[in-house]
Design a protein. Structure first.
Length: 116
């Protein structure tokens, strides 16, 4: 079964940029949707961005225009480029792999902290 490992989280000043990576242990071609979620303390986990294996992309309104999701099937990796970061982007970011009627797998998360 696919395992996911996120990386790239860090402490950054407001207005800065980070790129998160989600590396899968197996091929992501068979995965229908790869998504980035985030969870801030005391809040529910929310979808940030997702990309299908047909490269259909969805963004949360709060990040549209600032974040970019992409996938590299050759490297079995999904990226989240985050620009113009705000304090409210501070959260633990999680990668998810969804195969319809089969599985939904989560990574362990990576922390993003934006100082204002």
């Amino acid at each position: 079964q696919v395992q996911l490992v996120e990386s790239g989280g860090d402490l950054v000043q407001a207005g800065g940029s980070l790129r998160l990576s989600c590396a899968a242990s197996g091929s992501i071609r068979m995965i229908n949707v790869m998504g980035w979620y985030r969870q801030a303390p005391g809040k529910q986990r929310e979808l940030v961005a997702s990309i299908t294996n047909g490269n259909s992309i969805h963004y949360a309104d709060s990040v549209r225009g600032r974040f970019t999701i992409s996938r590299d099937n050759a490297k079995n990796t999904v990226y989240l480029q985050m620009n113009s970061l705000k304090a409210e982007d501070t959260a633990a970011y999680y990668c998810n792999a969804l195969r319809y009627a089969s599985f939904s797998i989560w990574g362990q998360g990576t922390q993003v902290t934006v100082s204002s």
